[in-house]
Design a protein around this ligand. Structure first.
Ligand SMILES: Cc1ncc(COP(=O)(O)O)c(C=O)c1O
Length: 389
């Protein structure tokens, strides 16, 4: 480095300094470093399906590219896709049309835009723990103050945690984030729980983000859409996307469905940050929504088999873990110092997991079962061999 005495060329922005680097990425980096040394790492830390994108969706993208659909699109998304998204969610009971839809490069971008659009510095955002890592980061980037309600003592169910939620929210609360089926816990929330959220939101004038990106990945019990409840249509932002159900993580396609003034506000952030989602990817998204039900059902059935296998393997070793009803994650109770447990798991057993503390709840490790049956069996065996179960 030079010994230049001139003033520092930059000072880091405070709002970024407040955000911790993603724990998921840190574990991923450790796994990658071990793999580079030739170690066979069983990676149960990743939040993506291990399936390839269904063929009909790939073909639709190829045809779109061949047809020259490579320019910018309307900022809010191509009309066919916005119409198909609105139609899908009307079928779930949400009163919406294309004017309520904003298509984004991934659901993450939709969340980022809506939080930027709604939250002013020092306004209060409430999270239900364990909460997916990026909600906290996005709220902090908007300058929000955070309140957290832990659902772990209730086995990750929301209904018994409603009193705690009622104690946490107030007229000062700007935004509440509800994620079901949830990452990292896999819980599906009951209608009674959602009605409790509705009553609190209406009482205190709260806008609710309902992140339902895993809504097609459920096992036996469906997740009701929060925005479909009477009295919630005008205060709910529904987040969804193509990454999980259609195995399209790398395509970057998601969206929000919201009352028009919120779409308007988020569109301003959208237009000045990403302009639009990728043109031919949006055309592939129309095909995904219209013609992929059978492939989605096959993937969901495979996730269910793997969930059952993981639960069985753990039970065989004396660990009874309740079966999550959605998504493809399981919270495994581990040592209080879950960070150290996860480090030992990767360094000694070469099994990558994510500490519960990264999601706001200590004492657990998140295992993703979006991995083949043999890998799951082997992962549990290795954890057992190293006395980690
Ligand atoms: C709960 C939840 N919401 C949103 C996302 C973002 O998905 P994407 O940006 O890939 O659409 C994820 C991805 O892990 C997630 O788990």
């Amino acid at each position: 480095m030079s010994q230049d005495q001139s003033p520092q060329p930059y000072t880091p922005a405070q709002r970024v300094e407040r955000v911790a680097p993603s724990a998921t990425i840190a574990i991923g980096n450790r796994a990658t470093a071990l793999e580079a040394e030739g170690v066979d790492v069983l990676d149960l830390s990743v939040g993506e399906p291990d399936f390839d994108t269904p063929e009909n969706i790939k073909r639709a993208a190829e045809e779109s590219l061949a047809a020259g659909e490579t320019g910018y699109t309307q900022s809010r998304g191509i009309p066919e896709l916005r119409a198909a998204i609105a139609e899908r969610h009307r079928a779930d009971g949400i009163d919406c049309g294309p004017e309520n839809v904003l298509v984004t490069p991934g659901a993450k971008q939709a969340l980022f835009e809506v939080i930027q659009a709604l939250v002013d510095p020092d306004e209060e955002v409430v999270l239900l723990d364990p909460a997916w890592v990026s909600y906290e980061a996005m709220a902090k980037l908007a300058g929000a103050s955070l309140r957290r309600v832990d659902t772990a003592p209730y086995g990750f169910a929301l209904e018994p945690a409603l009193d705690d939620l009622a104690a946490a929210v107030s007229d000062e609360t700007e935004l509440l984030v509800v994620n079901a089926p949830g990452n990292p816990h896999g819980a599906v929330y009951s209608d009674a729980a959602l009605e409790g959220v509705r009553d609190l939101a209406r009482e205190h004038g709260i806008t609710v983000i309902a992140d339902e990106i895993y809504d097609q990945i459920t096992y036996g019990r469906e997740q009701t859409s929060l925005a479909a409840l009477s009295g919630m249509g005008d205060r709910t932002v529904t987040i969804n996307g193509f990454s999980k159900a259609y195995a399209m993580t790398g395509w970057r396609l998601g969206y929000l469905v919201a009352p028009e003034p919120i779409v308007e506000q988020a569109s301003t952030v959208h237009g000045h940050s990403v302009s639009c989602a990728t043109n031919f990817v949006q055309h592939a998204g129309v095909e995904a929504l219209r013609n992929t039900d059978a492939a989605v059902a096959e993937m969901v059935a495979a996730f269910e088999d793997r969930r059952d296998l993981l639960i069985e393997e753990l039970a065989d070793r004396g660990l009874e873990v309740p079966a999550p009803e959605g998504a493809f994650y399981l919270m495994l109770p581990v040592d209080d110092d879950d960070q150290r447990w996860c480090e030992t798991a990767i360094d000694r057993a070469h099994v990558a997991t994510v500490p519960g503390s990264a999601f706001g709840t200590d004492g657990y490790a998140r295992l993703s079962y979006a991995a083949g049956a043999d890998r799951l069996r082997e992962a549990v065996a290795r954890l057992d061999e190293h006395d980690l179960l």
